[in-house]
Write a protein that binds this ligand. Structure first.
Ligand code: FES
Length: 139
């Protein structure tokens, strides 16, 4: 069971008000997020990591999101390696889904629910099992 005190986020929970950068590992692809250009994609909460990742789809980045970004599948599980303190706090539904996510860690979040507030740059790792799913869906 997830510990709500250790799975993260103390950001203000709102959309960013200034530009910041997200780097996705292990591909090491970086996107500058401009609040004036949101939304970048159609899936997930506005300003979420999943929604922003759409900006890098043309460079081969894709985060699995079987439920379409409505917090009902946990396939969009990512690990926030840097900047978790600038992200929205997880709600109970997200914590319930993370309990079911394979390989979840203290800094695990659902990309479709996690909204960075833009007060610092963040680094996000896509877990190996998710990368494998992406690779298979492309073949
Ligand atoms: S896409 Fe299903 S929980 Fe995020």
């Amino acid at each position: 069971m997830s510990d709500p005190n250790s799975t993260g986020g103390r950001g203000h929970g709102g959309l960013p008000t200034r530009k910041y950068r997200i780097t996705f590992l292990p591909a090491n692809l970086t996107c500058e997020v401009d609040p004036a250009k949101l939304p970048y994609g159609r899936h997930g909460r506005m300003g979420s990591i999943l929604e922003i990742s759409a900006a890098l789809a043309g460079r081969g980045l894709e985060i699995e999101h079987s439920c379409g970004g409505v917090c009902a599948c946990a396939t969009c599980h990512v690990i926030v390696r840097e900047g978790l303190d600038s992200c929205s706090s997880p709600e109970d539904d997200e914590l319930d889904q993370l309990d079911e996510a394979p390989g979840h860690e203290m800094n695990s979040r659902l990309a479709c629910q996690c909204i960075p507030d833009g007060t610092r740059d963040i680094v996000v790792e896509i877990p190996a099992w998710n990368r494998n799913a992406t690779k298979e869906s492309e073949s």
